[in-house]
Design a protein around this ligand. Structure first.
Ligand SMILES: CC(C)(COP(=O)(O)OP(=O)(O)OC[C@H]1O[C@@H](n2cnc3c(N)ncnc32)[C@H](O)[C@@H]1OP(=O)(O)O)[C@@H](O)C(=O)NCCC(=O)NCCS
Length: 176
């Protein structure tokens, strides 16, 4: 029980990346309920509050088990929750470990995905035994592909191996 309540915080120049909490579901709804923000995520449909709560429960359980997860991201200056970023087993099944980041539209275009991604990756190499990260994006999600490239991921082309669709496929190996 103790570990479920564990706190975690990564601080970057502008962001706080912290452990997921069940109350984050409401705070993340501006992103999850937005059809534009969600168009390249999963089946492309917005998610309702119950679905988001279920997802947060998985994040909390995985964090308690491993010390990493899909974290909640807030702006340092205002405390506003703007999205999530983290590493977790592909589709919560694995075995690959995937990097993900999603932000509400009002936060786009400020370099936050790159800033959060960098911090999460560095913490992953430092705090876990993970040796390789997977990145997959919709073929049209050029902004996300650019983020992965900026984070040093190798572009492996396209793949049909994940999420039952053809996706852009990226990989990052632990630095030697
Ligand atoms: C994708 C997403 C995370 C990017 O977040 P962000 O904070 O705006 O990203 P950054 O500012 O760190 O970097 C975005 C980069 O993509 C570039 N970019 C933005 N839109 C682009 C487009 N349509 N085509 C090509 N490049 C684009 C930006 O110029 C920037 O690159 P630069 O720094 O070289 O100029 C954000 O748009 C988002 O949350 N989208 C909805 C959820 C999502 O799709 N998540 C990814 C799932 S794989």
């Amino acid at each position: 029980m103790d570990s479920v309540l564990k706190e975690y915080k990564l601080t970057t120049q502008r962001l706080i990346i912290r452990e997921p909490r069940i109350g984050d579901a409401e705070l993340l709804m501006p992103m999850f309920s937005d059809p534009v923000a969600m168009r390249y995520i999963g089946n492309g449909a917005p998610r309702d509050l119950d679905t988001v709560r279920q997802s947060i429960r998985k994040r909390i359980a995985y964090f308690a088990e491993t010390g990493t997860t899909l974290f909640t991201v807030a702006l340092q200056e205002t405390g506003e929750v703007i999205g999530d970023c983290g590493i977790f087993p592909y589709n919560w099944e694995g075995p690959e470990i995937e990097l993900a980041y999603r932000f509400r539209q009002t936060a786009w275009g400020n370099g936050y995905a790159s800033e959060a991604g960098r911090a999460v990756i560095d913490a992953g190499w430092r705090d876990t035994e993970i040796n390789e990260l997977l990145g997959v994006t919709d073929l049209q999600n050029h902004a996300s592909q650019r983020v992965l490239t900026k984070l040093g991921f190798e572009n492996l082309g396209t793949t049909g191996a994940y999420y039952d669709e053809e996706l852009s496929h990226f990989r990052l190996r632990r630095p030697q």
